[in-house]
Write a protein that binds this ligand. Structure first.
Ligand code: ATP
Ligand code: MG
Length: 442
């Protein structure tokens, strides 16, 4: 197969004055009866194509001139350097349409359609999500997202972590029953997994260092800018590790993701409006650590109505993180605010050895993690204390009966990290087909 020539390579000056063939889609057009200008897009960029009737002949000229936005084509031309803002141009010599667009059903995403949409622009674009993906902003978000995934894989693999998969149909909750999705399962009930963690702990004595990136499902009823019902969860579990050590992994991972984005996706970040200096700071600076009690004092001093023992929801995290420059760890939450698998602090068992990493600028929690309750005696006490039925967790308790060891891990919300690092207003901007309580289509 002939090597495909990318528009970005042409714009980088690798083909000046040569004749090239490019493949792409018509982005916009204008012109007259003798000269036609088309901006062509491929996955790497755009180029203006100048089509003159006297060069391409009447038939090709008319064919291209009558083709609508988003028609796909193969086009040949000479690369011309210009001093205009849009960069190089293609002086077209020939072209053919591959996939045409029916004039009775033109490409629906237009300025006027967005303005006139009955349910508003946001809902309109969500309805047309399958087409919206090819817009310039979404393309950039998807590239940033891909680099975030690749940075997470490289981080863990470089540290010799093993990638490990857990089932998505499960019998019990990790994060509380209120966000469980129930599915009929051959006359029984099963649930979609909220986290990989419990099954990862089963493999901890086998692998010692393990990670995954997988979907997690949570029936989040309220729609917020940082909750999806199906999100991508990067989770890790390590044997013999303390809360402190697990936090160090989390900090290094987030800094590694930030620096990988600076290396690979600076252009995309700037194009979506992100200040690169801020992302560089996330890559370079260390992340401060603060205890839950201190956070409550700060919030109370700011006049926030919050009581000791409450988990911090988005509204409180937003106020707390508004003035942060970099992510901050919050540690030592009260035991009553956290599920049974969090290990009680041996120095003061009102607290658990856990951490949340809160991103700055109001984004809030991107990581939740900590040490696990690891002895059989303690796990039984914690489960009973919480009033959780033991049945669904029999396997989880059993793991602790055969050589339990201190261990722990964390879960990082990949979509949340993408939203924060790209500066998106809403988590749905960074995932191709966002799922929330109101939408499972398209
Ligand atoms: P929150 O309080 O914001 O709902 P959580 O405490 O339920 O978060 P964890 O159970 O600790 O979150 O999950 C680990 C990480 O997974 C979170 O820090 C977050 O980054 C991500 N996460 C959790 N729920 C969602 C969701 N519904 N949509 C997107 N990401 C999520
Ligand atoms: Mg939650």
């Amino acid at each position: 197969m002939a090597k495909q020539i990318w528009i970005s390579d042409i714009q980088d000056g690798n083909y000046d004055d040569s004749e090239v063939e490019i493949k792409g889609w018509i982005h916009r057009f204008r012109g007259s009866k003798k000269i036609w200008f088309m901006v062509i897009r491929d996955s790497t960029g755009t180029i203006q194509c100048v089509i003159k009737k006297e060069i391409v002949g009447e038939d090709v000229f008319n064919l291209l001139r009558n083709s609508l936005t988003e028609s796909s084509l193969v086009i040949k031309g000479i690369v011309i350097q210009t001093d205009r803002e849009h960069g190089r141009e293609l002086q077209v010599t020939s072209g053919k349409i591959i996939g045409s667009v029916n004039p009775e059903k033109p490409y629906p995403i237009t300025e006027s359609a967005m303005e006139e949409a009955e349910g508003g622009e946001t809902e309109f674009l969500l309805d047309k999500r399958h087409l919206y993906l090819r817009t310039s902003r979404m393309t950039k978000m998807l590239k940033i997202r891909s680099s975030v995934f690749s940075a997470i894989h490289s981080f863990f693999r470089d540290l010799d972590f093993i990638e490990y998969q857990a089932p998505n149909f499960v019998a019990g909750a990790v994060e509380g029953g209120s966000t469980l999705f129930e599915v009929p399962y051959f006359g029984r009930k099963a649930y979609l997994t909220q986290s990989w963690q419990l099954y990862a702990e089963a493999a901890m004595p086998a692998l010692e260092r393990l990670y995954t990136i997988a979907p997690s499902f949570r029936a989040e009823k309220s729609r917020t800018r940082r909750h999806l019902t199906e999100f991508w969860h990067a989770e890790m579990e390590v044997a013999w590790a303390s809360n402190e050590e697990i936090m160090n992994y989390g900090e290094k991972l987030v800094r590694h993701i930030s620096s990988s984005l600076i290396d690979e996706r600076s252009a995309e970040l700037e194009a979506v409006g992100r200040d690169l200096d801020k992302v560089s700071k996330f890559a370079d600076m260390t992340f401060p650590r603060m205890k839950y009690d201190e956070a409550i004092e700060i919030l109370q001093s700011k006049g926030v109505d919050v009581e000791w023992g409450q988990d911090l929801d988005y509204s409180k995290e937003k106020i707390l993180t508004q003035d942060f420059e970099v992510p901050n760890f919050l540690t030592h939450y009260p035991k009553i605010a956290k599920p049974f698998y969090h290990r009680a602090d041996p120095d003061d068992d009102k607290y658990v050895l856990c951490h949340d990493l809160l991103a700055p600028e109001g984004y809030g929690e991107i990581i939740g993690g900590g040490e696990r309750t690891w002895t059989e005696k303690e796990i039984l006490e914690r489960i009973d204390e919480e009033g959780t039925p033991r049945d669904a967790y029999e396997f989880y308790i059993d793991i602790r009966r055969y050589g339990g060891v201190p261990h722990g891990g964390f879960g990082l919300g990949v979509d949340r990290v993408c939203a924060w690092l790209s500066g998106a207003d809403h988590i749905r901007e960074v995932i191709p087909f966002p799922r929330d309580s109101r939408r499972v289509t398209p």
